[in-house]
Design a protein around this ligand. Structure first.
Ligand SMILES: [Zn+2]
Length: 252
């Protein structure tokens, strides 16, 4: 839908509002987010549990209405239910399951008491607390570090789904699975400075291969970042090594 003017937007808003408006005294409307995201998160059993509980507690389904809605827009908090009651603020419950849904019916719908622990407000407060704790921890750890490295690292973890430090095994970056020049492996092993992967930019740390043996790769064959100075006699050729080379996955 394309809204072309403020007037149209207002009309749309009023129409949407009327869908959730409760006119009958004592009536309540429970909306369950049932878009694909909601269903994938388990909205269906929640929807069923709400209806079953309403039935088993002999509530009038015309007064306490359960209906489905599309995506409520907070996919990470699904399954979500919203409770609408005349003259009151909407209450949004997140990360629902069938048991919690029954509690909502008994405590909120019948008992009139909002189950604060399950509300989005509680969820956000909880997340905020976790965030503050992590921030303090981070500060403690990074206080003595070079601020430029910290800045770079923060940028990496934002871009790389939270993984900013990866092992280099043999000459392979375990973040992007690219073969790096032997010089990188050596520098990482020396631990004298921060070494960033030239492909994925993650910080590298050295890790022995599982068998405790060193694995070297033919840099010429990797076709990238070849440095003739580093092409020394470290390259080994036996069947075992070849197996390892062929098992490496390449990504862009
Ligand atoms: Zn990499």
């Amino acid at each position: 839908m394309i809204l072309k003017s403020a007037e149209e937007l207002n009309l749309f808003k009023e129409k949407a509002k009327s869908n959730f408006e409760i006119t009958e005294p004592g009536a309540m409307k429970i909306i369950v987010g049932m878009a694909t995201c909601g269903i994938a998160a388990g909205a269906k059993p929640v929807f069923e549990a709400l209806n079953e509980e309403i039935k088993s507690k002999n509530l009038d389904p015309d007064i306490i209405k359960v209906s489905q809605a599309g995506c409520i827009g907070l996919c990470q908090y699904e399954p979500i239910i919203e409770v609408y009651e005349s003259g009151k603020e909407k209450v949004t419950y997140v990360k629902m399951d069938a048991e919690k849904a029954k509690e909502i019916i008994n405590n909120h719908i019948i008992g009139g008491k909002i189950v604060v622990d399950y509300t989005i407000g509680a969820e956000i407060t909880d997340k905020k607390k976790q965030y503050d704790t992590l921030l303090k921890k981070e500060k403690k750890i990074t206080d003595d570090l070079d601020s430029e490295v910290v800045f770079k690292f923060e940028r990496i973890i934002r871009n790389k789904a939270g993984i900013g430090i990866v092992a280099i095994k043999g000459n392979v970056c375990m973040g992007c699975h690219m073969i790096l020049p032997a010089q990188f492996s050596n520098n990482v092993r020396l631990c004298e400075e921060f070494v960033f992967c030239p492909y994925c930019s993650r910080i590298l740390f050295y890790e022995e291969s599982p068998e405790g043996e060193e694995v070297f790769f033919n840099i010429e064959e990797s076709g990238a970042l070849y440095d003739p100075d580093e092409d020394d006699d470290e390259f080994e050729e036996d069947d075992k090594e070849e197996e390892k080379i062929s098992s490496i996955e390449f990504e862009e």
